[in-house]
Design a protein around this ligand. Structure first.
Ligand code: AP5
Ligand code: MG
Length: 238
């Protein structure tokens, strides 16, 4: 039961669903700019929480869970979301995009009590492709710009590497070092994919039955963005 006094978010919510490495963060950042909807990635938020020098029982717990590729408990995530929904709220925002939330049926049920999900964008790629993308991913430790060293050309997929143009070891945007995420190691990748199938994939059916699931298979990575943007634009304005 929803507690009395819980605020309700009145603008449209766009949810990005999809397995690890499919491109939620990559496409989400572009969609956020193009549709004037701030994006909130629970994964990025948790990574920034554990990246600092501070230590607390919560931070240590999050660090361990993320490195193992497991999920944080639903209650903690919901508290984070409730706080974030109303932070940074500006009249010009057209809604909010969630990347990596909800990730379980209980999280989705809770979200339904605090806001209205307008559409769920379900990105999918073959699992072998996801594993290669994750192993090749590099991230700027300063501004989190995404890069990738993998060259993927098989089974109809064609993804060129995304490398910095000036210096291969540094971010083009802010000059910070590039890093490899602690959960992009083979054992954690396998666990994240397993957890995705067990806990998150059931959301596809949950949202399908509500008639708001839209699935896309971008086979060319960021090169597919122009058509993905057009299709999502139609969905948002419908
Ligand atoms: P999170 O950060 O959400 O990780 P994830 O879901 O595993 O997804 P990723 O960020 O790995 O993938 P993505 O789809 O964003 O892919 P990307 O755009 O980078 O969560 C991390 C952890 O936090 C979880 O494991 C859990 O512990 C915790 N957590 C978070 N939310 C939670 C929740 N709600 N409940 C409980 N726990 C939670 O793309 C992948 C790669 O593809 C990139 O390197 C990109 O550069 C590359 N790519 C794109 N295009 C191309 C191209 N053309 N050529 C080459 N590579 C390309
Ligand atoms: Mg991401």
């Amino acid at each position: 039961m929803e507690k009395k006094g819980d605020k309700v978010y009145s603008k449209p919510i766009l949810v990005l669903l999809g397995a690890p490495g499919v491109g939620k963060g990559t496409f989400g950042k572009k969609l956020s700019k193009d549709f004037h909807m701030p994006i909130f990635s629970t994964g990025e938020y948790l990574r920034s929480l554990v990246a600092g020098k501070e230590s607390s029982p919560l931070i240590e717990r999050v660090k361990k869970i993320m490195a193992e590729g497991k999920l944080l408990d639903d209650d903690t995530i919901i508290q984070i979301i409730k706080k974030r929904l109303f932070e940074d709220e500006k009249p010009e925002n057209q809604g909010i995009i969630f990347d990596g939330f909800p990730r379980t049926i209980p999280q989705a049920e809770k979200l339904a009590t605090i806001g209205k999900v307008k559409a769920v964008i379900n990105f999918f790629n073959k699992e072998a492709i996801l594993v290669e993308k994750l192993a090749g991913r590099r991230e700027c430790e300063g501004c989190h710009e995404a890069y990738n060293v993998a060259v993927i050309k098989k089974e109809g997929y064609e993804m060129e590497p995304l490398l910095p143009k000036k210096d291969v070891a540094k971010c083009d945007k802010c000059g910070s070092k590039l890093m490899h995420r602690s959960d992009d190691q083979p054992i954690a990748i396998a666990e994240r994919l397993k957890v995705y199938h067990e806990k998150t994939a059931p959301l596809e059916n949950y949202y399908k039955t509500q008639g708001i699931l839209h699935s896309f298979e971008p086979k060319k990575g960021v090169t597919d963005y122009p058509w993905v943007k057009v299709e999502i634009g139609k969905i948002i304005s419908a």
